[in-house]
Design a protein around this ligand. Structure first.
Ligand code: IVH
Length: 716
C-alpha cells in the first residue's frame, strides 16, 4: 500500500493563505483519485486511516479559510462520478418480510404456535426480544475481511440494488469492522430519517425549489437511492442494525447476544430493545414503546418480537417469505378527518376507470395525506364488493367531511362521512359514463361467469384511448415484462406525448427513426448522447426475449406473469400460441375446448385471449413487434432429473460456476433453490468457506456434496 505525503508537515494554524489554497487544490485531486480507486475500481491506494487524515486536514483548512473552500471540495463530495444506474445484487440470504399481529390475541397465538412447533412444555422458558419496528427501508451491509464491500437495498427480497457508495456516506454505517470480527459478515437493518432532520430537509427543498417529501420514509428511500452519492451525503440518514444475512461464523447464540455484538462492532442498535420472558412481558414492552412513540424522534409502526435463542430460530425456519420466529405487532391504524375536495377518475391499462379522492391535505400519523382510494363507483355510493353497505351505506359527495384511516403502507381509506356537516345542496356524485381521456363510452360489463354487472366501469376506446395506450406501454417496459433500462413511466409519458413512441413496436424502431430525425433524442431535455446511446443499447438487449415475458408484456387482460409463463410453456412458440388462440375464436371449435382444457386457464382468461387476438389493432402491433423482437422458448421445468422437485441450498464459494449459473442449472433441472437450510432442504452444495449453513445441514442430517459432486450430478 502506497503511503502519502499529502497531509503537509506544517500545522493548519501556521499555513499562509497561499499555501492553504495550493494544498486545498492538491487535496481535492488526491481525494478524488482515492475515491475513484476505492469506490469505482475497488482497489484503494491508501488505508482508511490515511484517507481519513487527508479528509480531516482538508476540513480543518476549510474551517480556517472558509472563503477558500472549493466548488469541488472533497468535504461535499463522497465517492466518484454519479452512476448511470444501480447494479443488481443477489442477496446471499434472501431479505424476508415479517408477518403481522394486530392485537394481543395474535401475539398469544404467535407464541402458542412456536411452542407447539418446538414441542416445548408449557413450563419450559421461551424468551423473546422486543424492539421498535422502524419505518424506513431495509439495507444489507456485507463486510468482507472487515471492510464494507457491498450495501444493497432489499429490492424484491432476492435481488436488490447496489447502493454501496451511498451507504458509505451514512455516519451510522461503519466502513470497517474491528479486528476480532469474522471475515464474512452481513449486517441488516433499517435506514431512516429522524423527524427533525426530515423537517429541515423539506424546508431546504422548499426554499430551493426541490422535491418536498411526503414522509420521512420516502425521504430516506429517495435519499438512499440517489445515483449521485454526493446527494446522499447531503441527506441526514441514520441506520439501526437489527438482523443479519450471511454470517458463516456466528458470534453469539441469541438474538440479544447478536445485538450486543453489533453494538460492539460500532453499529447503532435500538435503545428500546428488550428481552421478554412471556406474552405479558411482550405486551408491556409494546405499550411502553407505543407510549414513547411520539417522542422517539423517528417513525415506527409497531414492535417486532423475535425468538431469542438462535437454535430455536433455526428450527422454526420460514413460512413463504416470513420467518416463523418473528412477528411485527402493528400499532392501530391512525385516523383523521378532512374534506373531500374532488373525485378524480384515472384510466388504467385495461381501460378501468378508477376514482381517486382528492382530499384537503391532512396529517395522519405524521404523514401528509391528500389522496385516498375509492375503488369504484359502488364504493362511492356506499356499497361494498359483496353488495352490502359500507360506511353504513353513506355515499360520498364532493365537499363532505370525511374520516380517513391509514394503516401502515396501505393507501388511505375513507371510513366515514359526517352527514351533520354535509351541505344540504350537495349532490350525489355522478360517475362518468364517458371516458375522461378519450370520450369513448365507459361501460360496466356483465361478467359472463356470474351474470352480474362488473364493479368496474371500463373505457371501450381500446387503443384509441391515449390513457390506455400509455399505461399499456408502461406495462410493456415494466420490470417483469421487457424491463428496458432507462425507459420507465416518465420517459414513456414524454415519448408518447411527443408522438415518438405510440405503441410497443415503436420502441424498437426508435433508434433508426432517431438517426434520420432533426430533433434527436440526445438533444431532448434530460438526455445526452451517453444516455441516448445507453437507451438504444438497452432496447437492443431486448430484441431477444423469453416468450413468457413477451406474452406478459402484451398486457392482455387477466394474463399475469404466471399465466404468461404457462402459455409460453404450453405453446413453445408465439406462432403456435397465436394460431391456437385465433382458432379458439369459435366457441364450438375444438380449439376453444383445447384452450380451456389447459390446467390453469379458465374461461375468463380464454375469453380475454380470444378477445385480444380478435382486435386488428392488437394483432397489427404484435406483428410489427415480431419484426423487431424474437421471443425465445422458455425452458420447461424438468420432472425427470435426480433433483427435480428438491430444495437445494448453495453455500460457501463456488469455483467453476457462479452462484447464478448454479442456481439457473438447478432450476432448469426442476429444483428449487433456497437461501437457508431448514428441515425442508434436500441437498446442500457446499464450497470452501461454507459455515453455519453447512453446520446446520450436518446437524439436520441433510445430504451435502461439493461443487464437483454437483457438476457430476448435473452432467449425468
Ligand atoms: S427483523 C427476517 N426488525 O420490517 C426478517 N425488521 O416487514 C428480518 N423492520 O423488511 C426483519 N424494523 O425493513 C426487523 N426491528 C426490526 C425492524 C424490521 C423495521 C422492517 C424491515 C423488514 C420489514 C418486514
Amino acid at each position: 500500500m502506497a503511503t502519502t505525503k499529502d497531509p503537509a508537515e506544517t500545522s493548519v494554524d501556521a499555513l499562509t493563505e497561499d499555501q492553504a489554497q495550493t494544498e486545498l487544490a492538491h487535496l481535492a485531486t488526491t481525494l478524488a483519485r482515492h475515491d475513484a480507486a476505492y469506490h469505482t475500481h475497488d482497489d484503494p491506494e491508501v488505508s482508511d486511516a490515511e484517507y481519513d487524515a487527508l479528509k480531516n486536514r482538508n476540513r480543518a483548512i476549510e474551517a480556517r479559510f472558509p472563503h477558500l473552500k472549493r466548488a469541488d471540495s472533497p468535504s461535499d463530495r463522497v465517492g466518484a462520478a454519479p452512476l448511470e444506474t444501480f447494479a443488481k445484487v443477489t442477496h446471499a440470504v434472501p431479505m424476508l418480510s415479517l408477518d403481522n399481529a394486530f392485537d394481543e390475541t395474535d401475539v398469544t397465538e404467535f407464541v402458542g404456535r412456536i411452542r407447539r412447533f418446538l414441542k416445548l412444555d408449557a413450563l419450559l422458558p421461551l424468551a423473546f426480544t422486543a424492539e421498535p419496528k422502524i419505518d424506513g427501508l431495509s439495507l444489507s451491509l456485507r463486510y468482507e475481511q472487515r471492510r464494507l464491500a457491498i450495501a444493497a437495498t432489499r429490492g424484491d427480497g432476492t435481488v436488490g440494488e447496489n447502493v454501496t457508495r451511498n451507504a458509505l456516506t451514512i455516519a451510522d454505517i461503519p466502513r470497517t469492522l474491528p479486528d476480532g470480527a469474522p471475515d464474512i459478515v452481513e449486517i441488516r437493518g433499517e435506514v431512516y430519517m429522524a423527524h427533525a432532520d426530515f423537517a429541515a430537509l423539506n424546508q431546504r427543498m422548499e426554499e430551493t425549489g426541490g422535491k418536498v417529501f411526503a414522509n420521512p420514509r420516502n425521504a430516506a428511500a429517495g435519499s438512499l437511492r440517489q445515483l449521485d452519492s454526493a446527494v446522499t451525503a447531503s441527506r441526514p440518514l441514520r441506520f439501526f442494525a437489527y438482523a443479519w444475512g450471511e454470517m458463516p461464523d456466528m458470534p453469539a447464540d441469541t438474538q440479544s447476544g447478536m445485538i450486543e455484538v453489533f453494538s460492539a462492532w460500532g453499529f447503532q442498535t435500538n435503545p428500546h430493545f428488550r428481552q421478554c420472558a412471556d406474552v405479558a412481558d411482550m405486551i408491556r414492552v409494546y405499550r411502553a414503546i407505543e407510549e414513547d412513540r411520539a417522542t422517539l424522534g423517528y417513525d415506527i409502526d409497531g414492535v417486532v418480537y423475535k425468538v431469542d435463542r438462535l437454535d430455536y430460530q433455526a428450527r422454526l425456519g420460514f413460512v413463504s417469505r416470513s420467518p416463523r420466529w418473528a412477528i411485527a405487532h402493528k400499532f392501530p391504524a391512525e385516523k383523521a378527518t378532512t374534506i373531500l375536495r374532488d373525485i378524480e377518475i384515472q384510466v388504467g391499462r385495461t381501460g378501468a376507470l378508477t376514482p381517486v379522492a382528492k382530499l384537503e391535505p391532512v396529517t395522519v400519523g405524521g404523514v401528509v395525506v391528500s389522496n385516498a382510494t375509492l375503488h369504484n363507483e359502488d364504493y362511492i355510493k356506499g356499497i361494498g364488493q359483496d353488495g352490502l353497505p359500507i360506511r353504513d351505506g353513506k355515499d360520498l359527495r364532493v365537499g363532505d367531511h370525511v374520516t380517513i384511516q391509514r394503516a401502515g403502507d396501505v393507501i388511505p381509506q375513507i371510513i366515514d362521512v359526517d352527514l351533520s356537516k354535509r351541505d344540504p345542496a350537495a349532490q350525489p356524485y355522478e360517475y362518468p359514463t364517458l371516458c375522461p381521456a378519450c370520450g369513448s363510452h365507459a361501460v360496466r360489463e356483465i361478467n359472463p361467469n356470474t351474470g352480474k354487472e362488473d364493479a368496474v366501469r371500463r373505457c371501450t376506446g381500446g387503443l384509441i384511448c391515449p390513457a390506455q395506450a400509455v399505461e399499456r406501454l408502461k406495462h410493456f417496459v415494466s420490470r417483469n415484462a421487457f424491463d428496458i433500462e432507462g425507459l420507465g413511466a416518465k420517459q414513456v409519458d414524454a415519448f408518447y406525448r411527443d408522438g415518438l413512441v405510440m405503441n410497443a413496436a415503436d420502441i424498437f424502431t426508435l433508434q433508426t427513426r432517431d438517426a434520420g430525425s432533426l430533433k434527436k433524442l440526445k438533444d431532448r431535455e434530460g438526455w445526452g448522447s451517453q444516455s441516448a446511446d445507453n437507451l438504444f443499447t438497452a432496447i437492443d438487449a431486448r430484441r431477444e426475449i423469453g416468450l413468457d415475458r413477451f406474452i406478459f408484456g402484451l398486457g392482455i387482460r387477466h394474463v399475469g406473469e404466471t399465466t404468461a409463463r404457462l402459455l409460453a410453456r404450453t405453446y413453445g412458440t408465439f406462432e403456435d400460441f397465436e394460431t391456437a388462440v385465433t382458432a379458439a375464436g369459435d366457441p364450438e371449435s375444438d380449439a376453444w375446448a383445447d384452450l380451456n382444457a389447459i390446467d390453469g386457464i379458465g374461461a375468463t382468461v380464454a375469453r380475454a385471449l380470444v378477445a385480444f387476438f380478435d382486435e386488428r389493432h392488437n394483432t397489427d402491433v404484435v406483428h410489427a413487434l415480431l419484426k423487431e423482437v424474437r421471443p425465445v422458448p422458455v425452458e420447461t421445468a424438468r420432472t425427470d432429473t435426480v433433483v427435480a422437485g428438491k430444495t437445494i441450498v448453495f453455500t460457501g464459494s463456488l469455483e467453476q460456476l457462479t452462484r447464478d449459473e448454479a442456481k439457473a442449472q438447478a432450476e432448469r433441472l426442476g429444483a428449487k433453490v433456497s437461501g437457508s437450510v431448514s428441515k425442508k432442504t434436500d441437498l446442500v452444495v457446499a464450497g470452501p468457506g461454507a459455515g453455519s449453513k453447512l453446520k446446520k445441514a450436518e446437524e439436520l442430517g441433510i445430504e451435502v456434496i461439493d461443487e464437483a459432486g454437483w457438476i457430476a450430478m448435473v452432467d449425468s
